[in-house]
Design a protein around this ligand. Structure first.
Ligand SMILES: [Zn+2]
Length: 428
């Protein structure tokens, strides 16, 4: 099973100095910053997924690309643009429309030819047909006499007719990429129906969309129903599903590839599971920047907290972590410095909230004590942990948070391989 990592231009600055928190003066973001595959010497994924919706931006979703970057992507091709041609192992690139960017529209904003032009100009290895996400999963609509609403039926019919047009146009244009048909459904039976139709069109690689919010059991139920119609050579791709439980069952049911950003995003979006290891997850240690923290700034400007006090405690928390990491400070003193800064951040909490704030501070201290006594960053072999040490566990600013996300992706890939009983060297 292959893992594709969705690109949204997440890069890190190699010139960032973690002690002074300064960057090289001559740094040029687009030239000098590094993708995850440039940070790690060994694989963290089998390929990348690039969405037309992310490149172009659509409606409320702004583009992650500048105009210059878009031109470069189309002119030089996606492999040169993402600099994966310089990585010592092969990486593939899958293109899709980014159906979530236009999920609220009545119909997708792209024609089959527009999307094929995008895949063709960028020289993708795989291209997904234009689809329209169905966001209601209702297995009850499979029951006899049930009537799924017209809206979901229309979306599936539209997705299938766009897939048919996509297939016909790809063949007529003799495109070099492998076309992947997208199946949208609202229940096991409806997904199976879509897969059957796509196979009849000629597709032997089919992506299952709209499964992100589904429970694992629901994904399995759909895959089992699909298995009844799936031809032996048909490969499946699960869009946005990175749950590791039942990966073996997924593989047995024909899943050849997956993609997803949650290993990256959990590093800075999750309330507690921020740092992955092979056996468990840990919470990152929060030391917010006084300057970059809106809540703290508000308290400072309204006079609740003095700027110097905030700076002093922030600095003390950072120094405590450094000293602890070097074995020069014990765990109690380190936890105290960390919670003292946290208490300051929570100081103006209204009286009635104080009790619960105190309780959450206590549990935060327990969580920190756990991660500090295990020091998981010292046991990780990835380039991020080896080069920045304890900074990887600090929840603070994009340079640390994104690197922790890269580390998670690297660990996720290893967990996936081991879950499936595959060796890393066999990754192709
Ligand atoms: Zn690591």
């Amino acid at each position: 099973m292959k893992f594709f990592f969705p690109d949204s231009q997440d890069l890190v600055d190699p010139s960032f100095d973690f002690e002074t928190e300064r960057r090289a003066e001559l740094r040029v973001r687009q030239r000098d910053d590094l993708y995850a595959h440039e940070v790690f010497r060994s694989r963290a994924y089998d390929g990348l997924l690039v969405s037309k919706g992310i490149v172009d931006g659509y409606g409320q979703v702004g583009s992650r690309y500048t105009i210059g970057q878009k031109h470069r992507l189309l002119r030089n091709g996606v492999k040169e643009f993402l600099r994966i041609d310089k990585v010592p192992y092969p990486l593939e690139v899958m293109g899709d429309c980014g159906a979530f960017t236009y999920v609220k529209e009545k119909v997708p904003p792209y024609t089959a030819d527009e999307v094929i032009n995008f895949y063709s100009d960028c020289r993708f290895d795989y291209g997904l047909s234009v689809d329209h996400v169905i966001l209601s999963y209702q297995p009850d609509w499979d029951l006899k006499g049930a009537k799924p609403p017209d809206e979901v039926k229309d979306r599936q019919a539209l997705t299938l007719s766009l897939a048919e047009e996509f297939w016909t146009r790809c063949k007529a244009r003799k495109e070099g990429f492998i076309p992947i048909g997208v199946a949208q459904g609202w229940s096991p039976k409806s997904y199976a129906h879509a897969v059957k139709e796509l196979q009849a069109m000629g597709y032997s690689y089919i992506a299952l969309g709209g499964m992100v919010p589904l429970k694992t059991a629901e994904v399995l139920a759909s895959l089992e129903k699909i298995a009844e119609v799936r031809k032996p050579k048909t490969r499946l791709h699960l869009l946005g599903v990175t749950r590791l439980d039942h990966m073996n069952a997924f593989a047995t049911l024909g899943v050849a590839s997956i993609d997803g950003t949650s290993p990256l995003r959990q590093a800075f979006k999750d309330a507690s599971d921020n740092y992955y290891t092979l056996s468990r997850t840990y919470s990152a240690i929060r030391i917010p920047q006084v300057e970059g923290n809106a809540k703290l700034q508000k308290k400072i400007s309204s006079g609740v907290i003095r700027q110097e006090t905030a700076r002093k405690l922030e600095k003390a928390a950072l120094s405590a972590m450094a000293a602890f990491n070097n074995g020069k400070l014990d765990i109690d003193a380190a936890v105290e410095a960390l919670t003292e800064y946290e208490e300051l951040c929570a100081e103006s909490t209204p009286k009635e909230k104080k009790a619960s704030a105190a309780k959450s501070r206590q549990s935060r201290a327990d969580v920190y004590r756990e991660v500090l006594s295990d020091q998981p960053w010292k046991k990780c072999g990835c380039e991020v942990c080896r080069s920045i040490g304890h900074h990887v566990i600090l929840f603070r600013g994009a340079e640390r948070n994104r690197r922790r996300g890269f580390h998670n992706v690297w660990v996720f890939y290893r967990k996936l391989r081991s879950e499936l009983g595959l060796r890393l060297e066999d990754a192709a």
